[in-house]
Ligand binder design. Structure first.
Ligand code: MGD
Ligand code: SF4
Length: 752
């Protein structure tokens, strides 16, 4: 492969939250290969199949190349010019604002958009159009992790880094199939295990035996939704057997209960835990869980030299996702398994820029850039001042969260919506219900994408955008690391980078609404060349102005620094000197984190300066066990769960167009436990109807000992109407994080 390449251009992988560093190989100006960068901090040269093949998306023949428009959604699209397209988009949004107020417009974005894109979109929506209706698919993904970090540590995002993997002695992997969803990181875990097979322990807690379970020393297989009881029982054992770190608890922690939270004592916490003896938890959890297994897991966790927890959607996509996150953090706080090398409570992020662009860039309805809650007046005014717009311009009330936003579409309350870099018509839970709203003719929908998708099917205006390596920008991966990818190839046809599209749209909006403040939002960027200068100026505004002095301080991280440090920089990085050394490997540790040094008062080695906990304490929460929103019953006797497969990315709009990946996994199927299959007379490859209270789909059966008895598991990437998983999932959501419970609902199955 290498022999056929003229030049290798550095950048980041387009897909998952691992953030692997890659080279794109060009030959005669065409993309022909991808390879890993051996010296990279994230992937050490490895890439998975998706990463290796994404160059095939660049200039794929089905790429969108011209703006497409139709007045009504039952009409065919016609090609139009950019001038016309931008005029229409501006006119329709302006009409909605004039006739129905700012709350009638919305932006729905993505953890795959570049930071510069999310930042500029949300700036125009909030300060320009005066609405906080700014949301994105990270709400479906890691909102519960944000809630967990904020309520337990007072600060969002993991404390440690991937580098902890090589120093950990116990891995607690819960609700994550990282072998398929974060494959390169899983490889690092596997290598660590293989390097010290007897010393390093791996615990995998999951209702399903997945490829991740293969390296586990202990697999805890429980009934879906019962892990809150399991986690409390592990805490019970830690306390009962005196395995807790009294000094750490006394120095750094408080015990908290309820809403509004009140302080309780360690004694009260011990009382609370008595409901979760291993015996009682084993009864609640079912599956293979025994009191002895819970005790073993708790002992390994507490006694190891360094324990690292890793989790994703099995914990986050739950109606009690925030609580489940808190209960994992509790185990680390009780045992002091935090801040030292190899010890961390580390939530894995799904998307390549959910952390960087959306969590940090202000891409959700309740947060402004750099972790500023919308509802705190002082912080909102700070943003208005930094943007040079009048105070009061950004509404004090958060906008609609994702499910509320799409319900508002259904109810005709949203009149114009911009959907960027995501396909909610396929990825929302209970998607048939929401597609009804999206098909309404009184809701004007703009979609910016690189390919036709299920969501372009409900659009009025489809705008073709540049893809990765066809534009410049920053991705911030799971470990607080920002990495730059520079444009090396022109986009196909008339496709344009989003930053250009937003700027040009905003200038027209300003005219339509006769509002100079809208123009002010993009004024610093007028006239800049779109491939590099424009995103650079946007990044500089965001990083140097908006993050300065915040916990995710990136103020010293310029494009120049990122080019000098192609491996990127981990925030906080408030000085150039610190940024050029790579930034902060571990937050809150004095001597490593410059903000910990700044906030230090006494001699303690750690300083928990998180902005949400003014007392600088960590909170151990009393969170009771609560099951799923919809549990199986006589009518719908099975648990239904959904997830990713290694070969495909989300809706497969991209990976489904790469022949090798499509061949590897051409369609979705349903995994059924052999005992259930036998009982229902289902054989491998039989077609099976899966029915829930929302609808039905039909999938071929894969019969194997993966899902626990009484549970079926389906992959959600398939775009085929008959096989689209989200036609049957449920849109119940966590009351705190508003993240939907994709991982659990009730279904019945039958052979067809
Ligand atoms: P993707 O396929 O990632 O899925 O769901 P989506 O975000 O809807 O969509 C990304 C889109 O961006 C694609 O259409 C792609 O063509 C387009 N694109 C690629 N590059 C660019 C670009 O540079 N610019 C623009 N404008 N577009 C681009 C993800 C969502 O799904 C998430 S994050 C999660 S965690 C949920 N997971 C989940 C689950 O576990 N189970 C079920 N059943 N449903 C789920 N839905 C959620
Ligand atoms: Fe890309 Fe994730 Fe694979 Fe790395 S592990 S190559 S970031 S898809």
């Amino acid at each position: 492969q290498a022999a056929d390449v003229d030049s290798w251009k550095p950048g980041v992988c387009r897909f998952c939250g691992v953030g692997c560093r890659v080279y794109l190989g060009l030959k005669g100006g065409k993309p022909v290969a991808i390879k890993g960068i051996p010296e990279s901090a994230t992937n050490k040269g490895y890439v998975c199949m998706k990463g290796m093949l994404f160059y095939k998306i660049i200039h794929h023949p089905e790429r969108l190349k011209k703006p497409l428009y139709r007045e009504r959604k039952d009409q065919p699209f016609r090609e139009i010019s950019w001038e016309e397209a931008l005029d229409i988009a501006a006119k329709k949004f302006a009409e909605a604002v004039k006739n129905h107020g700012p709350n009638s417009v919305a932006y729905y974005g993505s953890g795959q958009a570049l930071t510069e894109e999310t930042y500029i979109f949300q700036k125009v929506m909030r300060a320009g159009l005066r609405t906080n209706n700014v949301e994105g698919n990270p709400r479906l993904c890691m909102a519960s992790a944000v809630g967990g970090y904020l309520t337990s540590f007072g600060a969002d995002e993991p404390i440690g880094s991937y580098a902890d993997i090589e120093k950990a002695y116990c891995f607690f992997i819960i609700g994550s199939n990282m072998a398929e969803c974060h494959p390169v990181l899983f490889r690092r875990v596997m290598n660590r295990k293989l390097s010290k097979p007897d010393e390093v322990k791996v615990i995998n807690a999951d209702p399903r035996v997945s490829p991740t379970s293969r390296i586990a020393d202990l697999h805890l297989q429980f009934r879906p939704g019962t892990d809150l009881a399991l986690l409390n029982a592990m805490a019970y054992v830690i306390v009962e057997e005196g395995l807790y770190d009294e000094t750490f608890i006394k120095k750094y922690c408080k015990f908290k209960l309820g809403k509004p939270p009140k302080d309780v004592s360690f004694e009260e916490y011990k009382e609370f835990l008595k409901q979760y003896t291993p015996e009682r938890a084993a009864e609640i959890c079912g599956g293979n869980i025994t009191p002895e297994k819970i005790r073993t897991a708790a002992r390994w966790f507490a006694k190891s030299k360094a324990t690292m927890s890793l989790w994703t959607m099995g914990i986050n996509q739950r109606v009690r996702g925030v609580w489940a996150n808190n209960l994992i953090h509790n185990l680390h706080l009780l045992t002091g398994q935090l801040c030292k090398p190899g010890a961390d409570s580390f939530s894995l992020t799904g998307q390549p820029n959910a952390c960087g662009g959306v969590r940090e860039g202000g891409g959700l309805c309740h947060i402004l850039p750099a972790h500023r809650p919308v509802k705190i007046d002082k912080l909102r005014h700070e943003v208005e001042d930094l943007w040079g717009v009048p105070r009061g311009r950004i509404p004090a009330k958060p906008g609609y969260h994702t499910i509320a936003m799409f319900r508002a579409v259904n109810e005709g309350k949203i009149k114009a919506m911009w959907i960027n870099c995501t396909s909610p018509a396929q990825s929302l839970p209970n998607c048939d219900f929401y597609r009804k709203g999206l098909r309404r003719d009184d809701v004007f929908i703009v979609v910016t994408d690189i390919f036709p998708t299920k969501t372009t099917e409900v659009a009025n205006l489809v705008l073709p955008t540049a893809f990765h390596f066809e534009k410049t920008g920053v991705y911030g991966c799971t470990e607080r690391r920002s990495q730059l990818t520079v444009k090396v190839i022109d986009p196909p046809g008339e496709a344009k980078p989003e930053v250009w599209i937003v700027r040009e749209w905003a200038l027209r909006l300003a005219k339509e609404l006769n509002d100079p403040v809208i123009k002010k939002c993009v004024e610093p960027f007028i006239g800049l060349e779109e491939g590099y200068e424009l995103p650079k100026a946007i990044w500089e505004e965001y990083s140097q102005k908006l993050t300065k002095g915040r916990d995710n301080d990136l103020s010293a991280v310029t494009y120049e620094v990122l080019k000098q440090r192609p491996d990127g920089v981990q925030w906080p990085a408030p000085t150039k000197e610190h940024a050029l050394k790579g930034g902060t490997y571990k937050k809150f540790v004095r001597g490593i984190d410059p903000l910990a040094d700044k906030h230090a008062k006494g001699d303690d080695p750690y300083v928990f300066y998180g902005p949400a906990h003014k007392d600088h304490k960590l909170y151990i929460w009393l969170r009771p066990y609560k099951g799923a929103a919809e549990e199986p019953d006589a009518e719908y006797p099975f648990f239904l769960s959904t997830g990713r497969v290694i070969d495909h990315w989300h809706t497969s709009s991209m990976t489904g167009r790469i022949p090798e990946l499509l061949r590897a996994n051409p369609y979705a199927y349903v995994e059924i436990n052999p005992k259930d299959a036998r009982r229902l007379g289902i054989n491998p490859n039989d077609m099976v109807e899966i029915e829930t209270r929302r609808g039905k789909i039909v999938l071929p059966a894969k019969v194997y000992e993966g899902p626990i008895e009484g549970m079926v598991f389906i992959y959600w990437h398939d775009m085929h109407e008959e096989r689209m998983a989200n036609r049957v999932t449920k849109d119940a959501f966590d009351p705190g994080s508003k993240e939907p419970e994709f991982k659990i609902c009730a279904c019945r199955i039958r052979k067809v």
